[in-house]
Structure formats: structure tokens, C-alpha cells
Design a protein around this ligand. Structure first.
Ligand code: ADP
Ligand code: AMP
Length: 216
């Protein structure tokens, strides 16, 4: 199963991605996680991506598309994959379609996690992420078992640099202008599914499974 997760920053894409990829045994490909890993390793890609990420802007398509194509060419994507945070522009979506069709593949479902703006700021300023495995927590809605430590790998939880109020507002603006058009793009391809992302994490997951089960 080849899945794309759509939704504004803070919708719960990363949270649902972890649950979905565990259930369906497919790789979780998060462009944000790939960039953050490169930032922490101070690679040339990380140094370039950081300039954009710190301001809440998108990393240029020329950089991002190549990274995803390389990742999707890996052996573990043969039987399916989940893309989280990619595509984020119509240009990226078209490049993805082209890459997949030239490999006799396609996206089966673009799953929109629908969360209105008024929920987003509290979600993102309360988000804490694992510095090692990228798992996402929330100080109020999804706290870790031991304060400041990841339930999965025990590493320290940190606040993302781009989760400040000012940057969140910029990222929401960028979403409206550059990413939201993808909803129409996938609607026209008849592969768009929508779940209400305002409910509790496990309720959202149950609905996601219902949708994916029906698509399969
Ligand atoms: P995204 O990957 O879409 O940016 P995350 O999965 O990181 O979003 O979720 C953003 C924040 O909201 C995290 O702190 C996460 O724990 C929390 N969160 C995710 N889903 C829900 C939900 N259904 N209800 C409340 N909080 C949620
Ligand atoms: P995320 O982890 O998905 O919230 O992404 C964090 C940041 O990484 C974004 O605000 C962008 O700066 C950058 N980023 C992640 N995915 C993409 C993408 N598909 N295209 C461009 N920039 C991206």
C-alpha cells in the first residue's frame, strides 16, 4: 500500500504515521525527519535545509524531490510506503507521480487529516519530539510515561526550533498558499480520503484504519 499523509502542520501526521507503518509494516518516510537528521549531523544538505526550516519556509523543490526519489528507490519501499510531509507543493506532487509511474507504481491513497487552525497552535507549542527516533509527544494530549524521555527508545525529548508561536504562524501561511492546493489535486485523481483529526489519537487511528481497510 502506497500512502500519502496530508494535513496542516500539527494535524497529527507524524503521530498517525508511526501507528500506521507499524500496523502495515511499511516504511515511514518523513522529509522533515530526513532534514532534521541531516541538520544534527551537520551535512551540507542539513546546513542548507536549516536556513529554510528555521524560518518556517519550505526547502526548495529541487532539493526535496531528489531526496524522496532516492529514498523510494530503496528495497524496503518495494511493498509499500507512507510519505509524511511530502509532497508539499503541486510541483512535488507532479514529480512524485512521474517518478512512480516510470517505476510502474502509483499512490493508492492520499489521506487528509483534517484539523482546523484553532487547534494547531496549542498542539505545536506543546509538542515534544524524541531527539533520536523522532517520535512525537504532547505535554498535555500525549505525554510520555517518564517525563522528558521517549517511551520507545528512552532518549531525551526536545522542543523543535520551528515550534515557536511565530514560526507556527508562518508555517500555517505556507501551508495555505503552497500545500492546500494538493487537496484538490488528489480529489481530482479520486484517491483523496479525509478523517477528522480533532478527536483523540486512538479514535483518529481507528478511523484511519477503517479508511485504509476499505481502500485495500
Ligand atoms: P504533524 O506531523 O502533522 O506536524 P504531529 O503528529 O507531530 O503532527 O502532532 C502535533 C502535536 O499534536 C504533537 O505534540 C502530538 O502529540 C499532538 N497530537 C497528535 N494527534 C493528536 C490528537 N488527535 N489530539 C491531540 N493531540 C494530538
Ligand atoms: P515537518 O517535520 O513535516 O513539520 O517539516 C518541517 C520542515 O521541514 C518544514 O517546515 C519545511 O521547512 C521542511 N520540509 C519538510 N518536508 C518538506 C517538503 N516536502 N518540501 C519542502 N520542505 C519540507
Amino acid at each position: 500500500m502506497n500512502i500519502i499523509l496530508l494535513g496542516p502542520p500539527g494535524a497529527g501526521k507524524g503521530t498517525q504515521a508511526k501507528l500506521i507503518t507499524e500496523k502495515y509494516s511499511i516504511p515511514h518516510i518523513s522529509t522533515g525527519d530526513i532534514f532534521r537528521k541531516n541538520i544534527s549531523e551537520k551535512t551540507p544538505l542539513g546546513i542548507e535545509a536549516k536556513r529554510y526550516m528555521d524560518d518556517g519556509q519550505l526547502v526548495p523543490d529541487e532539493v526535496t524531490i531528489g531526496i524522496v526519489n532516492d529514498r523510494l528507490s530503496m528495497e524496503d519501499c518495494k511493498n509499500g510506503f507512507l510519505l509524511d510531509g511530502f509532497p508539499r507543493t503541486v510541483n512535488q506532487a507532479e514529480a512524485l507521480d512521474l517518478f512512480l509511474s516510470s517505476n510502474d507504481k502509483k499512490i493508492d491513497t492520499a489521506l487528509l487529516i483534517d484539523v482546523p487552525k484553532e487547534f494547531i497552535l496549542e498542539r505545536m507549542t506543546g509538542r515534544r519530539v524524541c531527539s533520536a527516533c523522532g517520535a512525537s509527544y504532547h505535554i498535555k494530549f500525549n505525554p510520555p510515561k517518564a517525563e522528558g524521555k521517549c517511551d520507545i527508545c528512552g532518549s531525551s525529548l526536545v522542543q523543535r526550533k520551528d515550534d515557536t508561536e511565530e514560526t507556527v504562524k508562518e508555517r500555517l501561511d505556507v501551508y495555505d498558499r503552497q500545500t492546500q492546493p494538493l487537496i484538490q489535486y488528489y480529489k481530482e485523481q479520486n484517491i483523496l480520503e479525509t478523517v477528522n483529526g480533532t478527536e483523540e489519537i486512538n479514535t483518529v487511528f481507528k478511523k484511519v484504519c477503517d479508511v485504509l481497510g476499505a481502500v485495500k
